[in-house]
Write a protein that binds this ligand. Structure first.
Ligand code: GLC
Length: 747
């Protein structure tokens, strides 16, 4: 439809029909077998509300989408199609590693390709808008939703935000693209004490410099929608925050698409205590130019009265409705209300070999080797020599797709044991569960379709009878005793991270630590593979392991990808994008710290009176950017094109990287800056660029970067985004700790 035709359509709509476009209901309201939501009664919506509703939440399945769309259009006066929106965060049926792992690839270009595959697979089954990417900066491992984010750094997260939005848009054809909704706007990843949905409070200076950039990167990349976050900013919940949504997002950034709330967030303004009732909540949200009310009846039931009373203007409703109609028009819904989705199309593109190969490749780049002493890894592929024991609750579990792959069929996941069998043959190794995932499952509560996972534990890949803890242990120790090397597959329960997954204990679950201790007593080499959705505190287990491989929740192809690394078919290149602490007491923990007036190193004050803990180091156990490989590399010869940089010019930076080993591998060369003196304190280190560099055995490469004045800018209230003349350091290396440095002057 032409834009003027959309305007003409708006002109023919009644107020009730316009308001209906601003309402998003769950599938239960359309009689669909839904993922999470309850019936209409719980929402208090009527058939009339449903008949004018604009969009549907988290219903996928081509047949279901057709059924609901057909029934709806049958009753629709103006035949305005529904738009189907869902959480397809890091994969639909082919599930990739969780975004914390995708970030660890430091390979946005690869992720852009992956997300184009995700878009096609999801669109084929009826997804039209995905509530992704989530680009919240995360620096507190207690928060469960670290899982969904690319990491703690705004530069890196911004690169992934752009790549993910571009990936979802694919080549733009309806059947191979989905609209993207960047979330959670804004600052949701910084809740006080890491507690879910808790207050976020920070200076505008920190907000703009460290938390906002990734959302802007997504908006600049063309994100179609923005989702409001549950938290407050400056004491005002995002969903009612006019400064954030209208002045900044729309005014400063020029975003003109729909803003949708997070789940029931309009009604939650009452819970926040900024609205006394649904009417006030509606007024505030509309005042913030929030267009779509997800999963409450506030807009549906209060807006008409507010307009009648002159509290909300028809123009406000028109503007919101036009943004929704424009989105539908851009999606081509007026021409094809199904966007080409069908069961046949789904069968064609779901979990195809190229998709599974893509997920396996990406996962291979997402795995981070944190420790590897005594050459434990890679393991030999010679079946039985040495004899490998695979032990732990994740040895043969399909629950490796993470908590937010809510539409995926986990039965497609390949377990670690199945992958080992492909490499070593059934007789070439043994596996044992060893222990239950948790001592106490009650903390997991009930969670919809996952209740089975929450209550029990997958003894085998597909469930199985539940032997006693003693039987599990005995079987594991007996297996380890007659093996030469033990691979421990341990981790958090899948529901211990993700939304609502805030925890104060970020160590491995107790039964698993007990198991590891008992296995370690046998004196065998131990390689630990971790399955988790947040940085863990590994201090109490790291010494008991000769090798540690961080696998995150590795997704559908995760079992094979982990085996690829363990057996040396893939040389790990993953690098952390979040800091792993010594203990939870250090949280929030991030590399881009400020010096303070009494830095722990270099202060003129005596040992006690500097910025430090008495009982823990300041640094991470495993720092941002860190990861090992099966090769070792030497960084040398850091050179700058000049020792002066003028605005408008570029400063050439180069470094030599030498592969000192006889195995090919990839280095992630990282470039940081340090602004030594400025009108505001500046982080002692700030990532500004990075590059994956493949090196043949023994190969030396010169890696070049170009630094420009724009990359030295930071935001202040007085000057906005500006750089300040003075001395800078450029630091280059394989992680945020082992760095070469050189100085220059910004003139
Ligand atoms: C959830 C999440 C959000 C998700 C939305 C719809 O509460 O906060 O990330 O997209 O609801 O499921």
């Amino acid at each position: 439809m032409k834009p003027e035709e959309v305007l003409e359509l708006l002109g023919r709509m009644t107020l009730k029909e316009k308001i209906g476009q601003l309402v998003q209901l769950d599938g239960g309201c359309f009689g669909a077998g839904d993922v999470v939501s309850g019936p209409r009664a719980k929402l208090g919506v009527t058939q009339e509300d449903v008949d004018v509703c604009g969009s549907v939440l988290n219903v996928l399945g081509a047949e279901e989408v057709h059924r609901i769309q057909d029934a709806y259009l049958e009753r629709s006066r103006l035949k305005i199609p529904l738009v189907f929106m869902a959480d397809v965060i890091y994969g639909y049926q082919t599930v990739y590693p969780i975004p914390l792992g995708l970030g660890a690839t430091w390979d946005p270009d690869l992720i852009r390709e992956d997300y184009a595959l995700v878009a096609e697979e999801a669109a084929a089954d009826g997804c039209m808008v995905t509530f992704s990417p989530a680009v919240d900066i995360v620096r507190d491992a207690r928060w469960g939703r670290c899982l969904e984010m690319s990491g703690e750094d705004p530069c890196l997260t911004s690169r992934f935000a752009k790549a993910m939005v571009e990936g979802f848009h694919g080549d733009g054809t309806p059947a191979r693209s989905v609209a993207s909704c960047v979330k959670h706007f804004a600052g949701y990843g910084a809740p006080e004490a890491g507690r879910e949905y808790n207050t976020v409070d920070m200076s505008e200076w920190r907000f703009r410099n460290e938390y906002l950039p990734p959302y802007k990167a997504a908006v600049d990349a063309g994100a179609d929608l923005v989702m409001t976050s549950f938290n407050t900013i400056d004491g005002v919940p995002a969903t009612a925050n006019k400064w954030l949504m209208d002045d900044l997002l729309r005014g400063e950034w020029g975003f003109d698409g729909p803003v949708i709330t997070d789940y029931a967030a309009v009604a939650e303004l009452i819970g926040h205590g900024v609205a006394a009732d649904a009417r006030e909540a509606t007024r505030l949200a509309m005042g913030a130019t929030v267009d779509i009310d997800m999963k409450t009846a506030c807009y549906a039931h209060e807006l008409e009265g507010l307009v009648a009373d002159g509290v909300v203007s028809v123009e406000q409703v028109d503007a919101a409705c036009l943004r929704v109609l424009t989105l539908k028009n851009r999606l081509g819904l007026f021409e094809d209300p199904y966007r080409g989705c069908s069961a046949e199309r789904r069968e064609e593109v779901t979990c195809t070999p190229d998709r599974l190969a893509s997920a396996r490749k990406t996962c291979g780049e997402a795995l981070v080797l944190l420790k590897n002493e005594g050459g434990v890894l890679p393991l030999s592929k010679e079946a039985g020599s040495p004899r490998v024991a695979l032990i732990g609750p994740y040895a043969n579990s399909r629950d490796i797709i993470g908590m937010w792959a809510i539409h995926a069929d986990k039965s497609r996941s390949v377990t670690l044991a199945e992958a080992f069998e492909e490499v070593l043959g059934a007789d070439g190794f043994g596996w044992a569960q060893g222990c239950k995932m948790l001592d106490d499952y009650s903390e997991l509560g009930e969670f919809g379709k996952y209740v089975g996972v929450a209550a029990g534990f997958g003894a085998g890949a597909d469930g199985g009878e539940k032997p006693s803890a003693d039987e599990l242990l005995a079987e594991a120790l007996e297996l380890a005793e007659r093996s030469d090397v033990v691979v421990m597959a341990l981790g958090e329960h899948m529901l211990q991270s993700g939304e609502g997954g805030a925890r104060t204990d970020i160590t491995l679950p107790a039964p698993q630590k007990r198991l590891l201790k008992r296995v370690r007593e046998l004196g065998k080499p131990v390689a630990l593979v971790l399955f988790n959705g947040r940085p863990l505190a590994l201090t109490d287990v790291a010494d008991d392991c000769d090798a540690i491989l961080e696998a995150w929740f590795p997704g559908t192809a995760g079992g094979r990808a982990v085996a690829d690394v363990l057996f040396g078919d893939v040389n790990p290149s993953g690098r952390l994008t979040v800091s792993f602490p010594h203990n939870v007491g250090q949280e929030p923990l991030y590399y881009a710290q400020f010096s303070t007036g009494r830095p722990a190193k270099g202060s003129t004050h005596s040992g006690r009176f500097v910025s430090r803990y008495m009982d823990a180091p300041n640094e991470a156990l495993f720092p941002f950017g860190y990861g090992l490989s099966y090769h070792t590399a030497r960084y040398e010869g850091l050179r700058l094109g000049s020792d002066v940089l003028h605005a408008g010019e570029k400063l050439a930076v180069s470094v030599d990287v030498v592969n000192e080993s006889q195995v090919a591998g990839t280095e992630v060369v990282q470039l940081y800056i340090h602004d030594l003196f400025a009108s505001r304190v500046r982080p002692v280190l700030e990532l500004r660029d990075f590059r994956r560099v493949e090196l043949a055995p023994g190969e030396k490469k010169t890696v070049g970067f170009e630094l420009c004045e724009e990359q030295l800018r930071f935001w202040t209230r007085e000057h906005g985004w500006a750089s300040e003349p003075g001395r800078f350091e450029v630091l280059v290396g394989p992680n945020s700790r082992d760095l070469l440095s050189a100085g220059f002057e910004l003139v």
